[in-house]
Design a protein around this ligand. Structure first.
Ligand code: ATP
Ligand code: MG
Length: 577
């Protein structure tokens, strides 16, 4: 490819809405162009990268015994009603109607469709296990599309679904996919950590996410991990053992009584005023879950984790209540209290979820829906809660102890590039997707599902491999392997050697670009670095001595070599991809 013809317009500036490196660089280097919020054109360079990621995924999935198919992007409501998700899936589901008024959705994922395919085609245990996958665009009307390709509304995903006759076979396939994922991300030049995770709207029990670890904002997930053992979990699933804390207030309070706590709105103010550790305060938080207020109770030195709370409440959508919503709740309950003084006492017709930390608390401090006072020396039984629902809704913090080996946990951030789920019979049962076992009995398939974000993986590779000048693509997924740069296109010798090198590379199957533009060398080098060619062969003045410059983008190493050596280095590297 000639640089003068390559469809790429590098930009001087980063786009105004770009917050993370991969978005900034992919836009500036001319890989992507935004069409509308969360929807991007994949321009020729990007499409080359995406096809490479797809092909690595395809090869490893095929090698693992999975079979590729392609399902439609538009899906009918009826199948989603069968699974029960038409009502249950939140605002991310993009719903539409055809000209006959029939309701449809744009596929955010394909469990319903694949389960319907399986139930018509997999009738006997002899046909199982089977793993079917596709690589296709998905649409999710994400609440906050952001970070370019990392969280789009339209994005490309590889989704695979396995069908088995036993849990044992599902376990085997789960491991098989785990290995395939490890191979895939290694081949894409990405180090990943497999972490335990919540299975969310998709359902099921066991699941792991493959995370690219990063210390930047692009990592939307907090990952807690142990350096001593293999424990690693997303914050929405992590558990920990807590260090000792004072949870019995009997040495502070001799009586269960109401005391004045003027202007103590925050936990800090209250613990300072009462001269007690915050572990003796019961914190009452109001969330809105599926439009209804829910109260969460937790030891005040700890934070609530929203996904855990959402799961405990059995909801789909969660957010913290606004001050106005808390005011409204207080009005409806007949109280007049502001945040800081709220508590479970006397609350009617509201779901209350109590964190497990509260089980051990005795003689504690709690708000009683009256301003400027708290009850001290209180116990949960005294508060008249209709039904105490205990759950783990606590956000783990670094330094708390590993649930497996007891060593302190660490925290880092991760980009989820793929995940694997054991679905069990979550879809096959309601959709009556059954096979006949050896005794002729109908049984629902035991399913698994396995996703990889193709577009997100490419963007994560940029997050993991770049410097201030641009992208440093791993060779396996770079749009081109090498750029040949004649310093002066007007110099006949430089131009003819550059052309020879270029032709030789092409005839050896190397994906090469020659920068034939009549531009200053500085401009050419800048573009080469920004676009991120893994290798650059520069043909300049030294060609009169028979030498060229060979630059490795990943390390910045510069070598003066003969043209033949430069060609050989690239050919060898490409052979080893
Ligand atoms: P997340 O928690 O990041 O929203 P998810 O749990 O919704 O991800 P899945 O539904 O399991 O993810 O999708 C499988 C894969 O698809 C994810 O691991 C991720 O790589 C990719 N993916 C999911 N949502 C998006 C998105 N909005 N933009 C780009 N890629 C996505
Ligand atoms: Mg999601």
């Amino acid at each position: 490819m000639k640089m003068s013809k390559l469809f790429v317009q590098t930009q001087r500036e980063f786009p105004a809405d770009a917050e993370v490196i991969s978005h900034k660089m992919l836009a500036r280097a001319g890989y992507i162009k935004k069409l509308t919020s969360g929807v991007y054109n994949y321009l020729p360079l990007m499409w080359r990268v995406l096809k490479k990621v797809e092909n690595i995924v395809r090869e490893e999935m095929d090698k693992a015994g999975a079979q590729e198919l392609l399902m439609p992007f538009v899906q009918p409501k009826e199948l989603w009603e069968e699974s029960g998700r038409w009502g249950a899936y939140g605002g991310e589901l993009m719903r539409l109607k055809d000209r006959h008024g029939r309701e449809m959705c744009l596929g955010p994922t394909h469990e319903e469709i694949i389960t319907a395919i399986a139930r018509d085609g997999l009738k006997s245990y002899k046909q199982l296990p089977v793993n079917l996958y596709q690589i296709q665009s998905k649409f999710r009307d994400e609440r906050r599309p952001r970070f370019g390709l990392l969280r789009g509304r339209e994005f490309i995903m590889k989704d695979a679904y396995s069908f088995a006759a036993s849990q044992e076979d599902l376990d085997k396939e789960y491991k098989n996919m785990w290995q395939a994922y490890t191979n895939i991300f290694n081949r894409c030049g990405l180090a990943t950590k497999a972490v335990q995770s919540d299975s969310g709207a998709i359902g099921g029990n066991v699941s792991h996410e493959f995370m690219v670890i990063t210390d930047t904002d692009a990592g939307e997930n907090d990952v807690f991990y142990c350096e001593e053992c293999d424990y690693a979990a997303n914050s929405n699933h992590a558990v920990s053992n807590l260090p000792e804390a004072i949870v019995d207030g009997s040495s502070y309070f001799t009586k269960n009584e109401i005391v004045d706590t003027p202007n103590c709105h925050s936990i800090e103010e209250l613990s300072e005023f009462l001269k007690i550790p915050s572990s003796l305060i019961l914190k009452s938080l109001i969330y809105i879950i599926d439009k209804e207020p829910v109260m969460a109770l937790i030891r005040a030195d700890k934070q609530a984790e929203e996904t855990k709370l959402l799961n405990a409440a059995g909801g789909i959508d969660i957010r913290i209540a606004s001050t106005a919503e808390i005011q409204e709740l207080m009005d409806n309950q007949g109280f007049n209290a502001i945040p800081g003084f709220i508590g479970p006492k006397g609350m009617k017709n509201i779901k209350i979820i109590t964190d497990n930390t509260v089980k051990e608390m005795k003689n504690f401090v709690v708000g009683i829906n009256k301003n400027d006072v708290h009850q001290v020396g209180a116990n949960l039984e005294d508060l008249g809660i209709d039904e105490i629902n205990y759950a783990d809704i606590r956000l783990v913090e670094a330094g708390e102890f590993c649930p497996q080996c007891g060593k302190p946990l660490k925290v880092t951030r991760g980009i989820e590039v793929g995940n694997i789920f054991q679905l069990g019979t979550k879809y096959s049962k309601p959709m009556n997707a059954v096979y006949l076992d050896a005794d002729g009995k109908a049984k629902p398939y035991i399913m698994g599902c396995y996703g990889i974000g193709i577009t997100r993986t490419a963007a994560a590779a940029v997050e993991a491999h770049h410097d201030e000048w641009g992208i440093k693509w791993p060779l396996s997924i770079a749009p081109y392997h090498v750029i040949v740069v004649p310093v002066s296109v007007k110099d006949e010798q430089q131009m003819s050697v550059a052309n020879e090198i270029y032709e030789e590379l092409l005839s050896n199957g190397v994906e090469a670009v020659i920068d034939d533009r009549d531009e200053r060398p500085g401009v050419k080098f800048k573009d080469a670095d920004l676009i991120g060619f893994p290798y650059r062969i520069t043909v300049g003045k030294t060609i009169t001595d028979g030498n060229v410059e060979f630059v490795t983008r990943s390390t910045g190493e510069k070598q003066v070599v003969k043209p033949d050596e430069a060609i050989k280095m690239v050919i060898d590297a490409v052979k080893n991809i």
